[in-house]
Design a protein around this ligand. Structure first.
Ligand SMILES: Cc1cc2nc3c(=O)[nH]c(=O)nc-3n(C[C@H](O)[C@H](O)[C@H](O)COP(=O)(O)OP(=O)(O)OC[C@H]3O[C@@H](n4cnc5c(N)ncnc54)[C@H](O)[C@@H]3O)c2cc1C
Length: 467
């Protein structure tokens, strides 16, 4: 029987990062993957396809340049599903190749098949009806998630789809219903809207993306409405029906009837735990397939760890990678590797893009922290005018007395890249003054930090009447 220091089940970002970290420490490592290609949801159906589709949408629709050339500006007049899929398939293939090469270069064995536990030290890999058992000192579960299922929504992969199936739509619909105002639902809503598709977004909460800064989300909602998105907030779907003459109807609990050419169901995801035989490893998942872990990502069985989406929030590729690295370090009693979740950034690739770090104004208000904000609008920044994004804004939240940064919230072009400046300053304990005293390249969007800092200083000196 082959044996390993570490077996990781799942080759998504959490598994890859953990595996490579372990081989760098001289460990013998295998990754088990049930699909024919490595990379998980991240490369094959989620992050990379959706972000590539967004890039294709922005390019072909000419969306970013409409404020300069006029609302009718298009790079390509009739955008098709094939146009979008072409670019997506190209990037997926390249990313899979790069990941395979990385795993092989680092000496990681990839075992194709479905992984399951015989016991905490033995992983069975089953492919095409035959199976083989491998021994491991430590096991990391990095199996990710799949779109949640609802009996009310009969997914058919044609015109009633989940988020794994967007690129399978045979043609771009003229109208679409998106159920779910979480990150995935809102990202696809804004892409469809930028393509000129009429979208109705249904979300059962009264607000989109509750974990983000309210002012930023109000701004996003304005943009979505401006792109002719109809938002039905505080509404729940009762049933979904495919019409014989084509199209789909969503019946809401409030008795509204919403019709579209297609429907995207993007409400939650559940852990891929069914095949794992977790009980053989002494582990139990919750009702949504999430595996409980401690701060080191250890399950209640000491040599078995779980990382990535299968442990729940925040379910981001970026954070999953880090969890993979930390879990593997702990598995081999290495306590030198660490990172602070306080400084984990969030990137939401809506159109316009949103990114943030640290506390929101609402959180600081709840916690009675004396804070002030400094805001810069992209329209005040030369690069904003050059790029044609005159609606973006960057908000710094800082402590009124110490001027330490408490949060940065951005909506607009390049937000997810720009955020890392604020992240670095925050993580290094920096204050608002850093931006005042620093010279930024000109013209850049990064200058927004300086403008926002000046605005924050001005507000500190103002009276309650705003003078
Ligand atoms: C539409 C969409 C957009 C997203 N956009 C972003 C984004 O912009 N930024 C971001 O940071 N995150 C984004 N995410 C989230 C990101 O994709 C996930 O956080 C990330 O992929 C989780 O990584 P993981 O390694 O935990 O799992 P996954 O990437 O899901 O990989 C798990 C792997 O395990 C395999 N597996 C499962 N069960 C078994 C088994 N029993 N045996 C063998 N193999 C098994 C699966 O086949 C899969 O390959 C997005 C997700 C979606 C769905």
């Amino acid at each position: 029987m082959a044996n390993y220091d570490l077996i990781i089940i799942g080759s998504g970002p959490a598994g890859q990062r953990g595996a490579i970290y372990a081989t760098k420490q001289g460990k013998k490592v295998a990754v088990v993957e049930r699909m024919r290609s490595v990379g998980g949801v991240c490369i094959n159906t989620g992050t990379i396809p959706s972000k590539t589709m967004r890039e294709a949408v922005l390019h072909l629709s000419g969306y970013n340049y409409r404020s300069i050339y006029g609302m009718n500006y298009r790079v390509k007049e009739r955008i098709t599903m094939a146009d979008l899929a072409f670019r997506v398939q190209h990037v997926i293939k390249t990313e899979v190749d790069v990941t395979e090469a990385q795993l092989s270069r680092n000496g990681v064995d990839v075992l194709y098949g479905v992984g399951s536990f015989d016991d905490p030290n033995h992983v069975r890999v089953t492919e095409d009806g035959s199976s083989q058992v491998y021994e491991a000192k430590n096991v990391v579960i990095a199996v990710g998630t799949q779109p949640a299922f609802s009996p009310k929504v009969p997914i058919n992969g044609r015109n009633i789809i989940n988020s794994d199936q967007v690129l399978n739509l045979p043609t771009l619909p003229k109208t679409i219903i998106v159920v779910g105002g979480g990150v995935i639902g809102v990202e696809y809503t804004s892409m469809f809207a930028a393509l000129g598709i009429r979208v109705t977004l249904i979300e059962k909460r009264g607000r989109l993306l509750e974990f983000a800064d309210q002012e930023i989300i109000e701004s996003l909602s304005y943009h979505l409405r401006d792109s002719r998105v109809t938002m039905r907030l505080g509404e729940e779907v009762d049933s979904v029906e495919e019409l014989a003459e084509g199209g789909v109807v969503a019946h809401l609990e409030s008795k509204k009837r919403i019709q579209g050419d297609a429907l995207l169901y993007a409400v939650g995801r559940s852990g891929n735990v069914e095949a794992l035989n977790l009980a053989n490893a002494g582990i139990e998942a919750d009702s949504r397939g999430r595996i409980p872990v401690d701060k080191d990502y250890r399950t209640k069985t000491p040599n078995v760890f779980a990382v990535g989406d299968v442990i729940g929030f925040p379910s981001l590729a970026s954070v999953s990678m880090e969890q993979g690295r930390i879990a593997v370090a702990r598995a081999f009693n290495d306590h030198s590797a660490h990172s602070d979740p306080t400084y984990y950034p969030y990137g939401i690739y809506t159109i316009p893009e949103i990114s943030f770090i640290g506390k929101t104004e609402e959180q600081l208000t709840d916690e009675d922290v004396p804070y002030e904000v400094g805001v810069a609008y992209y329209r005040e920044i030369a690069r904003g005018q050059i790029r044609g994004d005159t609606t973006g804004r960057l908000k710094i939240v800082f402590h009124r007395e110490t001027r330490h940064l408490l949060g940065v919230h951005i909506i607009g072009e390049g937000a997810s890249e720009l955020l890392h400046i604020g992240q670095a300053v925050m993580a290094l304990g920096g204050k608002l003054d850093y931006f005042i005293d620093t010279v930024f390249n000109y013209p850049t969007l990064a200058e927004a930090y300086k403008t926002a800092a000046f605005n924050g200083i001005n507000r500190l000196g103002r009276t309650a009447d705003g003078d």
